[in-house]
Design a protein around this ligand. Structure first.
Ligand code: ADP
Length: 158
């Protein structure tokens, strides 16, 4: 039954981690913060269709500094030629981060508490020569990715 499938799916996420359901970084639609929001660019962003877009600084996709919500564009005058940086600075939507090996149940809990429902996924790199660990952005995860995992789980009959 569908109910059983959902129950099994909910149990299965207990064994899964973020990197198994995230959207990989190469497939994430992001914008550099210097992007000018003219009419053409706004039309392009709306066409692409994501609700939220990570924004990066200094031409470094590893350096996500904000989130642009497509609804932030609704009241914008394209002739003002505002930059993404300016619009992000005005709204200040916080960027959440989770580690790639965080269990899905833990991410689901934090999505339930906050209002974000989207997190950037980072991976830690420990090197023997450099003292501080470095971080690499490896993807993006939303509530949708976890819900999908719950609904799609197959019951394996053994
Ligand atoms: P949206 O409301 O933009 O459709 P959802 O939270 O419903 O976003 O997620 C739908 C799918 O799109 C998920 O797999 C999620 O990881 C992915 N996704 C969300 N935002 C982006 C983005 N900016 N670039 C690429 N994939 C994204």
């Amino acid at each position: 039954s569908d109910e059983l499938k959902i129950a099994v799916g909910a149990m299965e996420i207990a064994d899964k981690i973020v990197e198994q359901v995230m959207t990989k970084i190469d497939d994430v639609f992001m914008l550099p913060d210097e992007t000018i929001l003219n009419a053409k660019m706004i039309a392009e962003i709306v066409r692409i269709g994501y609700t939220r877009i990570p924004v990066y600084s200094e031409s470094d996709r590893n350096n996500v500094t904000g989130l642009l919500f497509v609804k932030d564009l609704a009241l914008l005058d394209p002739d003002d030629n505002f930059s993404v940086r300016t619009v992000c600075g005005y709204h200040q939507h916080p960027v959440k981060y989770v580690f790639n090996d965080t269990p899905l149940a833990v991410v689901l809990e934090s999505f339930k508490k906050g209002d974000g429902h989207l997190a950037m996924v980072k991976k830690v790199h420990i090197s023997e020569t450099v003292e501080d660990p470095s971080y690499e952005l490896v993807g993006l995860v939303t509530l949708e990715d976890i819900v999908e995992e719950i609904l799609q789980a197959e019951i394996v009959d053994e």
